[in-house]
Design a protein around this ligand. Structure first.
Ligand SMILES: Cc1ncc(COP(=O)(O)O)c(C=O)c1O
Length: 397
């Protein structure tokens, strides 16, 4: 009898169910890079350079020299690692400077940075310890895990459907002292659509509940470097704004923005904050510089220009593109067709991942095109030409 773990068998099961994932190594984080198939324990052997339309480095700041210099300076002046939890000796001037800037951008009293967006979501929901969480059905896994860890009763409402949420809240008539949390992504990463933030504010106000908005994919791209909450002018009505430093802000880490009591409470009670080493100072410095660039330059306009050209170009060919943001999910439908299109694009030097069930509903397999502000005219043309050629080869056009 064995009490060990048969991981090879578990991997085979995943393989059989088409759920086995594989790593691919990128030489650098940029609009163009060379990639290598998973070398396992060996050194990577890179293929030809490809254009990446699959990164959340939306403003292309991960290899921006200003951001690189800020990280370097952070490492030299403060340290490469925080060395301890923020509550011990890991709280530095760089963390505080970033938090002031995030709070200013989000229109809140305070902000608190975590070591990742995942940690921010899990730690925040767990620490709030709500009686009931109302959660959009397409919310990110870190929100789902936060609900699980908190042990709260979780009511999942239909995607972006305010009427369904309202009906769910009506059905779940509260005991007098219950505490309710409504939580939603702002920009949904696989659909590129946007939560109805103002309508959600109306509803949470009506029920005396709190609203938490995860701006992971929106931070830095909308009004003055803010997210959808700022675009909607609702900074004062959303109790908890949350996001990541790892996408547009080209770094690593997560943040929560809200009032003084929220931040003071979380730094005491969020276990992923208390029991984890503070964010690495170079990451804080890089995110701060990226936020400055997002707010003070026309980088975001350049992204929207590329988004518009790609969306209209792909639509003119006859593809259906979902959503209304910088994330362009090109609907294919059949999972095998989506994989074939993904492979076909690669033959033309374009990397766009196929997103298949169970990540998205059956029959809605898609290619998630993520343009970057730094993509050149030639990159955009190459992407459009590839969509036409590969689409015809696969029989989609
Ligand atoms: C909506 C959303 N929330 C949270 C996260 C987690 O952020 P991080 O990558 O910083 O852990 C992500 C993406 O990774 C995300 O898409």
């Amino acid at each position: 009898m064995s009490h060990g773990f048969d991981l090879a068998e578990r991997l085979r099961t995943r393989e059989d169910r088409d759920l086995r994932r594989h790593l691919e190594v990128a030489e650098r984080v940029a609009g163009r890079t060379r990639l290598a198939a998973d070398p396992k324990a060996q050194a990577a052997e890179f293929d030809e350079e490809a254009v990446i339309f699959a990164s959340n480095n939306y403003l292309g700041l991960a290899d921006d020299s200003r951001v690189q210099r800020a990280a370097e300076l952070g490492a030299r002046t403060v340290g490469t690692g925080a060395g301890a939890s923020r509550l011990v000796t890991g709280d530095t001037s760089l963390h505080r400077a970033l938090e002031r800037d995030l709070a200013d951008c989000k229109g809140t009293e305070r902000a608190l940075v975590f070591s990742s967006g995942y940690a921010a979501n899990v730690g925040t929901i767990d620490a709030l310890d709500p009686d009931v969480v109302f959660s959009d059905e397409l919310n990110h896994a870190s929100i789902i895990d936060g609900c699980r860890v908190s042990g709260a009763e979780t009511v999942v409402y239909d995607h972006c459907d305010v009427a369904d949420l309202r009906a769910a809240m009506d059905r779940r008539s509260p005991a007098a002292d219950e505490q309710w949390l409504v939580v939603t992504d702002s920009v949904f990463s696989m659909d590129g659509d946007v939560a109805p933030v103002s309508a959600l504010c109306d509803l949470t106000e009506r029920y005396g509940a709190w609203l938490m908005v995860d701006e992971a994919h929106a931070t830095g791209l909308f009004a003055d470097g803010g997210g959808i909450v700022q675009r909607a002018g609702e900074s004062d009505r959303v109790e908890i704004q949350l996001g990541t430093l790892s996408k547009t802000l080209a770094s690593q880490g997560g943040y929560v923005a809200g009032d003084e009591a929220l931040v003071e409470y979380l730094l005491n009670a969020a276990r992923s904050f208390v029991f984890s080493t503070g964010l690495a100072p170079p990451s804080a410095a890089a995110a701060r510089e990226a936020l400055r660039i997002a707010r003070e330059t026309d980088r975001a306009d350049r992204l929207w220009d590329r988004v518009e050209r790609l969306r209209s170009g792909v639509e003119e060919m006859g593809y259906e593109v979902l959503g209304e943001t910088h994330i362009l999910p090109v609907l294919v439908g059949d999972r095998d067709d989506a994989l074939a299109l993904d492979q076909g694009l690669r033959e033309y030097g374009i990397v766009v991942p196929a997103i298949r069930p169970p990540t998205v509903p059956e029959g809605t397999a898609r290619l998630r095109v993520a343009p970057m502000a730094t993509h050149t005219d030639a990159d955009i043309r190459q992407c459009l030409d590839a969509f036409r050629a590969a689409g015809e080869e696969v029989g989609l056009l």
